[in-house]
Design a protein around this ligand. Sequence first.
Ligand code: HEC
Ligand code: HEC
Length: 360
Amino acid sequence: MKKMRALVAGLVGLMVSATGLSIFDDLKSAQASSSGYAPHGTVTIDGMTVPDIGPLPTSIPMPSTNLNYKAKVELGKQLFFDGRLSKNGAISCAFCHNPMSGFADPRQTSIGIGGGVGGRQAPTVYNTAFNHLQFWDGRARSLEEQAIGPIQNPIEMGETHEHVVSKLNKIKGYQQQFRAVFGTEVSLQGIAEAIAAYERTVISTTSAFDQYVAGDAKAMDESAVRGMALFKGKARCILCHNGPNFTDNQFHNLGVPQVGPLKEDLGRYDVTKAEKDKAAFKTPTLRSIVETAPYMHDGAFKTPEEVVEFLNAGGGANPNLSTLVKPLNLTPEEKADLVAFLKALTGEPIPFQLPKLPKN
Ligand code: HEC
Ligand code: HEC
């Protein structure tokens, strides 16, 4: 009973956060929660001990450099959906992080300005608030740093930072909002802070799994319950997809076949130049995974079933394959159970309305 009440309280808190309201009034444990949060115990497989999976913390980690969140969220949402941040006026962040596709891109790899094809699959914005590093290779440290990247990426939005600032400064609605929120004209830093503030309200939570671990035994069916046991045992998934956001925030090489426009993608190696990081990519969250197909850094797989089949075979052939990946010998029923569990990670729908963009 107590557990259920806590769950409902958590639910209400996060529903509010989805519309960008009062969760921002209560952020005391913010920083600690992104790293030190592990109230769910541990799981040990083959002598390796990792944090258990469990519900997300009810407060969202916020960097102390981006204060006064509440005021920024609505502005950030407008910027996220505004094509005027791109050179041709047509490519908004949401063009590749579409709320109808789980804030990800249903294309195998993204198409940007002028139809230019990028080399990587667009990951979801869901729960990026909890990421320690952003991008498949972790090259951005924060959502603020990440947000201004795509604007001047020649194959994404193709705009210059200078020009986007002067363009938005000519739009009265933005001018007024920047004055009200930041007390300044439109600035690049302000754009970054507002977009990041909005992104931190895009949270996937209160899935069937969360309800199950909070004490509602009926929230997951038997197949998903068996799938959870496999996830934490025979199938070894939890070795990397662990903690409340189902990621260790580390980089691993699964031997994913390289498809799409790039012949080779060295992933994390491009950032660290360490041999062990060759073709290693960031462990993605698995929350709301059924909404965000296709999968992997290059969109190589179309369905969760294909991913499970691939991992059951022990991943792909690669000289740098993670030693954590092994053939799993799952039966057809076990594979189906694992997929049923992945489906049980789908978060509650976020009440969503497109923002009204300032005309001029
Ligand atoms: C043309 C398509 C495209 C556009 C436009 C775009 N993105 Fe992305 N986004 C991507 C791709 C592809 C990646 C992965 C790139 C990589 O890892 O190197 C990505 C990665 C991200 C990530 C990292 C997520 C993670 O888990 O690491 C965030 C956050 C993000 N984008 C937010 C934004 C914001 C904010 C904007 C607008 C300012 C934007 N994107 C515009 C395609 C796009
Ligand atoms: C060695 C660490 C590791 C293990 C073990 C592991 N994963 Fe992953 N998982 C990753 C990494 C890293 C990626 C991204 C790889 C890439 O894009 O090249 C990934 C990607 C995925 C994706 C695609 C997510 C997306 O957004 O594209 C799914 C689904 C997935 N894993 C499910 C599982 C399941 C189910 C298991 C257990 C059978 C499992 N993983 C075991 C590290 C791991």
